[in-house]
Design a protein around this ligand. Structure first.
Ligand code: TRP
Length: 451
């Protein structure tokens, strides 16, 4: 018998754990900072609820219906509705994308681990922006250091998934998610007290539409997809352990709301400090690793709060990384002779090896570029800017056009011919896939080639 979640709440919590990760706490604040704040946030919210949510529905629906790993789930969902079995390739590229994303995700998560270690052991915190910058350089210039932390991060991920649903990721979810929420609230509370809260609120929520460009729109959509963990079957894999009789709609909505709240709260934990110490919000990827560090070193009890912050990032990354590797492991252990343990070790090792490419992109191989990108950037671009939107688009197209309408209607508890249902299907059939297609064409540079 296939295992299932002990309660629907645990599924929602685990899927939220997948969604909440480096994307929310590291990437969302710096991308928002670089793109002018409020207007970007507004766009992001639009994409989460109008494009992301339909894909989230689709993934949970297919997984739950099929009770199989994403590749076989796509196949059996397609066959059940009389569509071709080739839909399984959408599952397959999803599994591949998960492995690719994890290969660099683990390297960046390794930085967080390195910072945790640093806050515990170092004698003096950094005192200036230059010093903080040097510190990050010192870490990224050392392949040995990066490999050590990348290895440790992957090791823990593999141990958790190898133990399976109940003793592995359900258990991790139960313990890690409450810690994650508690530390986040602690940090927001602290930032509100010591930081410049009102500037942060106006920065995040007062839109300045003059800052919007087509690039911002693409970024906001990519960020929404990455943050919700959609497009590659991660949530489908989690959904496949759902028992029957659970409302897919409510689950998807709860996950989207929780993920978005955490992204906004992360902004409220970071920007008050950035503004209070006169730091620059538009600092790019270095926002938490460099800028925020300067803030921590200037505040009272900065060592403690810095430590808590990077611990939060690490935990968020772990609950996400599990979901990136789970589709591959579920597939390997369900279709081959390999046990779950073996499959975890084998896939973990492979991903670890690919991750070395990202490690060396920061040092030994930094000069090695292909169409202007190093290995890390290529892997990130292909997986998150190309495969995720493509996968997401195919998933809504599948549910909108190919899945039997009565299956969708009954799984989502919709009324057969209400206005809401009609609007829902218009969204699934036309608006969501078309929106994603536009982004995909822009992202892949196809438009530049053609026009
Ligand atoms: N959503 C996670 C984050 O915000 C990353 C992630 C985990 C992910 N699983 C995924 C992204 C699946 C895309 C697809 O950091």
């Amino acid at each position: 018998m296939r295992a299932s979640w002990s309660s629907p709440w645990l599924f929602i919590l685990a899927a939220t754990g997948s969604a909440v990760g480096l994307g929310n706490i590291w990437r969302f604040p710096y991308v928002t900072g670089e793109n002018g704040g409020g207007a970007f946030v507004l766009l992001y919210l639009f994409f989460v609820f109008f494009m992301g949510l339909p894909i989230l529905f689709s993934e949970i629906l297919i997984g739950k219906r099929a009770q199989k790993n994403p590749i076989n789930a796509m196949k059996s969902a397609a066959l059940e509705s009389g569509a071709g079995q080739y839909w399984k390739f959408i599952g397959a590229i999803g599994v591949l994308a998960g492995c690719l994303i994890l290969s660099f995700y683990s390297v960046i998560a390794g930085w967080c681990l390195a910072y945790v270690y640093d806050y515990v052991t170092v004698a003096n915190l950094v005192t200036s922006f230059e010093e903080a910058d040097e510190k990050l350089d010192y870490l990224t210039n050392s392949p040995i250091k990066l490999i050590t932390w990348h290895t440790l991060f992957m090791l823990v991920t593999v141990v958790i998934v190898a133990r399976g649903l109940k003793r592995g990721f359900e258990l991790a979810t139960k313990y890690l998610m409450p810690v994650l929420f508690a530390t986040l609230l602690l940090l927001v509370g602290h930032a509100v007290i010591v930081g410049d809260f009102s500037s942060s609120i106006s920065y995040l929520f007062e839109p300045d539409f003059s800052r919007l460009t087509s690039k911002t729109i693409l970024l906001a959509m990519g960020q929404a997809f990455f943050s919700l963990s959609i497009g590659m079957g991660a949530i489908m894999a989690y959904g496949s352990y759902l028992p029957t009789g659970i409302s897919v709609g409510k689950c998807a909505l709860s996950i989207a709301i929780a993920d978005t709240s955490v992204a906004l709260l992360a902004g409220l934990a970071i920007f008050p400090i950035v503004f209070a110490y006169g730091l620059e919000p538009a600092q790019g990827p270095g926002l938490v690793f460099v800028t925020l560090n300067v803030g921590f070193s200037e505040m009272a009890n900065g060592r403690f709060f810095g430590l808590v912050f990077f611990l939060l990032l690490t935990i968020a990354a772990w609950t996400s990384s599990i979901s990136l590797i789970e589709p591959g492991i579920a597939w390997l252990s369900e279709v081959s002779e390999m046990s779950r343990k073996r499959a975890s070790v084998f896939l973990g090792l492979t991903i670890w090896l690919v991750g070395l490419g990202s490690v060396f992109s920061f040092n030994l191989w930094s000069e090695f570029k292909f169409i202007g990108m190093n290995i890390f950037e290529i892997i990130e671009f292909v997986s998150t800017s190309l495969i995720l939107p493509f996968g997401g688009m195919m998933l809504v197209l599948f549910v909108g056009w190919f899945m039997k309408r009565n299956i969708v209607v009954s799984e989502l508890n919709l009324k057969t011919d209400s206005t809401f249902t009609s609007i829902f299907f218009i969204l699934m059939k036309f608006l969501a896939p078309l929106g994603v297609l536009i982004v995909l064409i822009e992202n892949s540079g196809i438009r530049k080639l053609v026009f």
